[in-house]
Design a binder for this molecule. Structure first.
Ligand SMILES: [Mg+2]
Length: 431
């Protein structure tokens, strides 16, 4: 069941001493270290607010008064912020959460106040509650790492973490824990108050019991644990939030992957699961070439299959993960809604009149809000007239693929695309 992110409590660990950053944290806590024009945690908070989160609990300790003074009760941002103070004793991550027990919801999302984690939070929450229906008690986000950031410490199988152990790693471990988790409050109830422990203890135990849901994410994280990583994040924010860059928005079905024949309906349809997802062979290279020219590449796709009951949202998210693992796209934006109930609809919360179903430009708007996009130099590429209309509504240049399909061209009497090309590999010639 999908939860409204507005209702989900976000707990933020902010008590850290920031010892490795001491020249910056002498007079201020780590979360408030300035990056460009604002404190570090503002970047993560704004991201979470864009996803729709409104309820926050900050676990504070070191220079706590500065955090409370800066964020207040959240009302000036139209959110609610509660605080829980660490005691004298250092409690570790687990102990700090245990101490906050009276403030915790039955289920909550937990993040670190010194990390910038740009993931699909809606997917995390959805996967957590799906897992809970099957008896799982927590969720961990993991990144395919292959020892590149740090030692890999996770084995993932069939949507579950089957082993997480940061102290005893084995060669089968390909993933690394990413830093966004969800928990049942009850996991913390059996620990005595004011006992120090690492939250990894809970996660390792759950992974061995088979009760830890996995959410595989595909983008790296940023943190400000050291002067080098602070500098790296500062450069990143400059590129992403200060400078404007153009984007290429790609439709998915028919542009990136083949349309498939659905035996049940005897119609050509979108890929409904990973095994139906067949990417055109030229796609990874075409995307790479666009990126080399300085464009962001985003996928913007209508996927009403789950709303119509033809597949599940989990299957749609799995396709997205595969797409992000096999190409270098910067981000994906998916409309999962459909305006009317269908005979097979099993997830009725996906039925709504939204502002993101193309030809409405909601997905492009969301991308432009998340990144600083130069729309006048951007393109929308699709194989359907709704893609062209969507691009035009947003004021970007439009490219229609599948130039032989004159029926589509005719329907566009007054709204011709700027370019008509054969397939995605040709787009590089006109940008
Ligand atoms: Mg299409």
């Amino acid at each position: 069941m999908m939860r409204n992110l507005e209702e989900v409590q976000v707990v933020v660990l902010m008590g850290g001493l920031g010892t490795r950053l001491k020249e910056y944290t002498k007079d201020c806590p780590k979360s408030l270290v300035r990056v460009g024009s604002k404190p570090f945690f503002d970047y993560e908070l704004e991201l979470l607010m864009q996803w729709g989160f409104r309820r926050f609990l900050f676990l504070i300790g070191y220079q706590a008064d500065m955090i409370e003074e800066y964020y207040g009760d959240g009302s000036d941002r139209n959110i609610s912020i509660q605080y829980c103070m660490d005691g004298e004793k250092l409690l570790g991550t687990g102990g700090a959460v245990r101490r906050a027990l009276p403030y915790l919801d039955e289920d909550f999302l937990l993040i670190y106040g010194d990390s910038f984690m740009d993931i699909n939070y809606e997917e995390s929450v959805y996967r957590y509650y799906q897992g809970k229906e099957n008896g799982n008690r927590a969720l961990m986000t993991v990144l395919k790492n292959n020892d590149s950031f740090d030692k890999s410490n996770v084995i993932v199988k069939d949507g579950k973490i089957v082993l997480y152990d940061k102290h005893n790693t084995v060669p089968e471990m390909e993933y690394i824990d990413y830093g966004v988790c969800m928990y049942e409050r009850s996991l913390f109830e059996n620990y005595p108050e004011d006992t120090a422990f690492d939250i990894a203890t809970i996660q390792t135990a759950l992974s061995r019991e088979g009760k830890l849901t996995a959410h595989v994410v595909t983008k790296r994280f940023y943190e400000i644990g050291s002067p080098e990583s602070l500098k790296e994040f500062t450069e990143y924010t400059k590129y992403r939030f200060t400078e404007a860059h153009p984007a290429i928005f790609l439709d998915r079905d028919g542009v990136i992957n083949e349309i498939v024949y659905n035996e049940d309906t005897e119609l050509m349809d979108s890929a409904m699961n990973v095994s139906q997802f067949h990417m055109f062979p030229y796609v990874p290279k075409a995307i790479e070439a666009m990126k080399e020219k300085g464009y962001y590449v985003f996928v913007v796709t209508n996927q009403p299959g789950a709303a119509k009951g033809k597949t599940t949202l989990l299957n749609l998210y799995d396709i997205n993960t595969l797409l992000c693992e096999t190409t270098n796209v910067d981000d994906t934006f998916m409309c999962i809604h459909y305006p009317q109930m269908q005979p097979l609809t099993k997830e009725p919360y996906l039925i709504k009149t939204c502002d993101c179903r193309k030809p409405k430009p909601g997905l492009l708007k969301r991308a432009a809000e998340k990144y600083h996009i130069d729309l006048s130099a951007s393109f929308m590429v699709g194989d359907s007239y709704t893609d062209v209309l969507c691009g035009q509504a947003m004021g970007v240049k439009t490219v229609l693929l599948g130039g032989m399909r004159c029926d589509v061209c005719n329907r566009l009497s007054g709204n011709k695309p700027d370019y008509i090309l054969g397939d995605l590999s040709e787009v590089i010639q006109i940008i």
